[in-house]
Design a protein around this ligand. Structure first.
Ligand SMILES: Nc1nc2c(ncn2[C@@H]2O[C@H](COP(=O)(O)OP(=O)(O)OP(=O)(O)O)[C@@H](O)[C@H]2O)c(=O)[nH]1
Ligand SMILES: C[S@@+](CC[C@H](N)C(=O)[O-])C[C@H]1O[C@@H](n2cnc3c(N)ncnc32)[C@H](O)[C@@H]1O
Ligand code: SF4
Ligand code: SF4
Length: 329
C-alpha cells in the first residue's frame, strides 16, 4: 500500500476541511437555526494543539490541502495563530479559509501574515435589506471585510453565492458585474438539505444551477475553464474578461465520483461525507493519549467507512447536522 489515503472507491483523499467552531455571528436562514448564541469554547471542542495533532497525522498520510471553516471560523479567538501553525506543517501546501467576512476588516492582514493562501467568502446579495433578510447581518460590514481582504493582497478571492428561487436569483447578473469590477471569482451554489434549515430552504427555494447557467449563456460567452483549488466547482471564463464563474451543483449534477475530501468537526469527529452520517470520534482517542502512529492507523481505517455519495435527492434522507456543524463546507 502506498502512503496516500485511498477510500474504498479508489478516490485519493488529499483535502481536509477543519471546522474550528460551530458558532457564527450571522444566521443565514438556509444554514443555521436562529437560537444558538453562546460564544464560549466548550470542553469537548478540540484545542489548537489537538487540531494541529490531527492535521499533522493527515499531512503525514498525504493530505496537502487544508481549509479552515465552521460555523464562522473568525469567531474562534486566535485563529491566525492556528493558521500559522497549520500552514507550517510538513506536507501542507495550501491553507485556505471560508468566511462570511463579517470580521474580516479586522483580521485580513493577520490572516495574510499567517500564510492563509486563499479566501472563499459568502455573499448572497448586494442589496442591504435583502442581505439582512437572508443573513441577519449588515452588508456594509461584510463589504468592508471583503475590501480589506482585497487590499491585503488575497488573490484569488472566491465569492460563494447560494442561489435561491424567489430570494436572490434575480441578482446573478449583478453579482457577475460586481465580481468583474473587483476581479473576484464567482461561484454559484445549489441549496443542500443539511439539517432542518437546509431542508426547508431546499423544499421552498431550490433552483437548479443548470437554469442559471442557461440564463447566463444568453448574456455572456461562457468558455469552459479550470481554476486553482481542490473543490467541486465547474468553471467557465466569461469571454475575454478573465472572470471565472464556478457552478457547484451537488443536487443537479453531483461530483461525488471525484470526491477528494473529509471533514474534522469541531468536537474532533471525523466526518467521512458532507451528506452522510458516517463518522469516527477522534477526541476520546486523543485525550486517552493515542500515539501518532496509532492515530494515523485509525484515520486510515476510518477511510473505509467513506460512502460513495450523498443521498440528498432521496426525500426520506435525514441529514441531521446543520451545515455550520461540519463546514460546507
Ligand atoms: N456536496 C458537497 N458540497 C460541497 C463539498 N464541499 C464543498 N461543497 C459545497 O461547495 C461550497 C463551497 O465550498 P468552499 O468552502 O468554498 O470550498 P471549495 O469550493 O471546496 O474550495 P476550493 O478549494 O477553493 O475549490 C460549500 O458551501 C458547499 O456548498 C462536498 O464535499 N460535498
Ligand atoms: C457553512 S459556511 C462556513 C464558512 C463561513 N461561515 C461562510 O459562510 O463562508 C460554508 C458554506 O456553506 C454554504 N452553505 C451553508 N448552508 C448551505 C446549504 N444548506 N446549502 C448549500 N450551501 C450551504 C454557505 O453558503 C457557505 O458558502
Ligand atoms: S453560511 Fe456561514 S455565515 Fe451563514 S450562518 Fe452558516 S456558518 Fe454562518
Ligand atoms: S457529498 Fe460526500 S461524497 Fe459527495 S462530494 Fe461531498 S463529501 Fe464527497
Amino acid at each position: 500500500m502506498g502512503n496516500g489515503l485511498i477510500d474504498p472507491f479508489g478516490r485519493e483523499i488529499s483535502y481536509l476541511r477543519v471546522s474550528v467552531t460551530d458558532r457564527c455571528d450571522l444566521r443565514c436562514f438556509y444554514c443555521m437555526p436562529e437560537h444558538f448564541n453562546d460564544y464560549t469554547v466548550p470542553d469537548h471542542w478540540l484545542s489548537f494543539d489537538e487540531i494541529e495533532r490531527v492535521t499533522a497525522a493527515f499531512a503525514a498520510l498525504g493530505v496537502s490541502r487544508l481549509r479552515l471553516t465552521g460555523g464562522e471560523p473568525l469567531v474562534r479567538k486566535g485563529l491566525p495563530e492556528l493558521a500559522t501553525r497549520l500552514a507550517a506543517l510538513p506536507g501542507i501546501t495550501d491553507l485556505s479559509l471560508s468566511t462570511n467576512a463579517n470580521r474580516l476588516a479586522q483580521e485580513a492582514v493577520a490572516l495574510k501574515q499567517a500564510s492563509v493562501s486563499r479566501l472563499n467568502i459568502s455573499l448572497d446579495s448586494l442589496q442591504p435589506k435583502r442581505f439582512q433578510l437572508i443573513t441577519k447581518g449588515k452588508l456594509d460590514k461584510v463589504m468592508a471585510g471583503l475590501m480589506a481582504a482585497k487590499a491585503a493582497g488575497f488573490a484569488p478571492i472566491k465569492i460563494n453565492m447560494v442561489v435561491m428561487k424567489g430570494i436572490n436569483d434575480d441578482e446573478v447578473l449583478d453579482m457577475v458585474e460586481f465580481c468583474l469590477e473587483h476581479r473576484f471569482t464567482l461561484r454559484f451554489i445549489e441549496t443542500m438539505p443539511m439539517g432542518e434549515t437546509g431542508r426547508n430552504a431546499r423544499d421552498s427555494y431550490y433552483l437548479s444551477l443548470q437554469t442559471v447557467k442557461a440564463r447566463l449563456a444568453e448574456h455572456y460567452n461562457l468558455l469552459p475553464s479550470i481554476m486553482e483549488g481542490g473543490g467541486p466547482a465547474q468553471y467557465y471564463t466569461i469571454g475575454a474578461t478573465g472572470l471565472k464563474i464556478g457552478f457547484i451543483t451537488p443536487i443537479s449534477q453531483h461530483f461525488c465520483a471525484t470526491c477528494n475530501r473529509v471533514r474534522l468537526g469541531v468536537g474532533g469527529t471525523l466526518y467521512l461525507c458532507l451528506g452522510q452520517e458516517h463518522s469516527v470520534a477522534l477526541c476520546p482517542l486523543l485525550r486517552a493519549g493515542i500515539s501518532d502512529v496509532a492515530l494515523q492507523s485509525v484515520i486510515r481505517k476510518a477511510l473505509w467507512l467513506k460512502p460513495l455519495e450523498h443521498t440528498f435527492n432521496q426525500m426520506q434522507t435525514q441529514v441531521l447536522r446543520f451545515m455550520s456543524m461540519t463546514g460546507g463546507k
